[in-house]
Design a protein around this ligand. Structure first.
Ligand SMILES: Cc1cc2nc3c(=O)[nH]c(=O)nc-3n(C[C@H](O)[C@H](O)[C@H](O)COP(=O)(O)O)c2cc1C
Length: 233
């Protein structure tokens, strides 16, 4: 199993998020899984320029000029993705927003279909609900199956963190045998249906991607998810 954690904090290994994720999502916890955790300070990610080349061609012209290519590789290879951001001004950090902007076009192709996702945030006291709800929404739009959330603030005790992470670790272990039984969200269902009817008539990269991946053969997100999960067996 491959685990990839991306942490939007410039505090790096000293960030509260890193300390928690490195401890509770380690290789030992997942029977010697291949675990990679990256923090914002280790990466150079440029702002999206808004050219929309990615939506039209599936290629971002900036990818060859910064670290986005390796982040995409880790995301695509992972079975479990942990997406974590500190609360900055009641939202995700600028770094995390940059990374997500750079894969916005994947929301039209569900590139992260069936990946198990855990979302996490750290805050002094406020704003965690916005960050968690945003991260859940975008990771679902990318096709991921959100298994749980970790919220830490200055008042959270070690016992609370331990209990939460134990619960999520349990969810992750269970999901490896029964992901097909996990219900998909209405949001994913609606998004898939809308994109399907829109893209089936259109020409271009997104249409071609759907065609090449047999997506037009599946009328619902759940059907497509089950098809993809079977392919990976
Ligand atoms: C630019 C900036 C904005 C912040 N905004 C908020 C905020 O809106 N609400 C809050 O409770 N804490 C806020 N904080 C505090 C961080 O969320 C808090 O320090 C967090 O635990 C940092 O996580 P880390 O240790 O993983 O980097 C802010 C911190 C910074 C640097």
């Amino acid at each position: 199993m491959k685990v990839f954690g991306i942490i939007g904090s410039m505090n790096g290994i000293n960030s509260r998020e890193y300390q928690i994720i490195a401890k509770y999502f380690s290789a030992e916890k997942y029977k010697n899984a291949d675990v990679k955790i990256i923090t914002a300070d280790q990466l150079n990610i440029k702002y999206c320029r808004g050219c929309c080349t990615c939506f039209n061609t599936g290629v971002c012209p900036l990818d060859s000029t910064d670290d986005m290519e390796s982040i995409k590789k880790y995301l695509l290879e992972a079975d479990l993705i942990i997406v974590s951001s500190p609360v900055y001004m009641h939202q995700v950090s600028g770094f995390m927003k940059n990374v997500l902007d750079r894969i916005a076009y994947w929301t039209h192709t569900f590139h992260l279909i069936g990946k198990r996702i855990v979302v996490c945030t750290s805050t002094s006291s406020s704003g965690s609900e916005y960050v968690i709800s945003y991260l859940k929404k975008v990771m679902s739009a990318l096709g991921g199956i959100v298994l749980g959330e970790i919220i830490v603030d200055d008042m959270t005790t070690i016992e609370e963190i331990e209990e939460k992470c134990k619960y999520i670790n349990n969810m992750v272990s269970q999901s490896s045998v029964s992901l097909a039984n996990i219900s998909v969200s209405t949001f994913q269902h609606t998004l898939y249906k809308g994109l399907r009817s829109n893209l089936i008539e259109k020409e271009g990269y997104e249409h071609d991607y759907w065609l090449e991946n047999n997506m037009f053969d599946y009328f619902t997100f759940k059907e497509y998810l089950l098809y993809r999960l079977n392919l990976y067996k």
